[in-house]
Design a protein around this ligand. Sequence first.
Ligand code: HEM
Length: 281
Amino acid sequence: MEQAATEYGKLEFEDLNYATYLRLDRLLALQEPRSRPPHHDEMFFVVIHQAYELWFKEILHELDYLPHHLEEGSVSRALKVLKRVRAILDVLVRQIGLLQTLTPVEFAGFRHALGTGSGFQSLQFREVEFACGLREPFFLEFFSRWPEAEARLRARMEQPSVYDHFLRALAREGVPIPQRVLERDVTRPHELDEELVGALADLYRNPEDAYHQVLLAEALLDLDTAWADWRSRHVLMVNRTIGGRPGTGGSSGAAFLESRLDRRFFPDLWEVRNRIFAEGS
Ligand code: HEM
């Protein structure tokens, strides 16, 4: 791998073309359906999942860049990053629709080839959740059977989340974010904080000349909404494909997925709505 990377680094300008720049020889050699005899639809299934993983990689690349802009106080650039992540997520939600061209019989024809493989084991999916602040401790234990994956997830857990960075940026601009929230143990899942919800509700009600902060909060909620949309579309597709039968990952299937539909990245931002309407009614 290292040797190949070095060889790639040595490519002369005239050897650089579409295929060599994108490393298509390697990328296009990575689709290896396992069903025997080969089932026509397995290639489609592999490509969809690989495409998801590529986009998860890009989302993480963008989310890792976001704190830099928030620390610099450059809200417009932070908004730009969030806009791109949102645009990618819109594609990922729509991409679920591709699976609607796979009938239950076609899926049953190669499902055995997946073994115990399941999207539930997608490390990058969990990394996006951890990066945003949804840090369910269960997943560290779950990934402990794959030490490299566990280490990556743990590293994410030890970093402040996108949400922590957002709150720190607000605090730097004078929004009264409670100190205990700013100093919280970032490895712990974020807990709803009434005083923080109050401060955010005030910001929404009276942004004065800080409307950019409201836009930032709304851009984060766009991301949360798109992630929740993906979960809903996924469980609907699962129902359509395997009904209420158990998943390859060993869960009860759709029922299990439905029990996870309420997961949110930024619970306080949702709670702000309750606060505003409770006081306004
Ligand atoms: C025919 C297509 C698919 C079926 C039948 C299916 C089925 C399931 C089931 C039953 C689960 C629950 C865990 C288990 O027991 O395996 C699950 C979880 C999951 N799947 Fe899929 N899936 C499909 C396609 C996809 C695709 C294309 C992705 C894209 C990455 C994906 C990502 C996930 C993720 C991230 C979870 C965990 C969700 C959560 O934690 O809330 N799945 N899937």
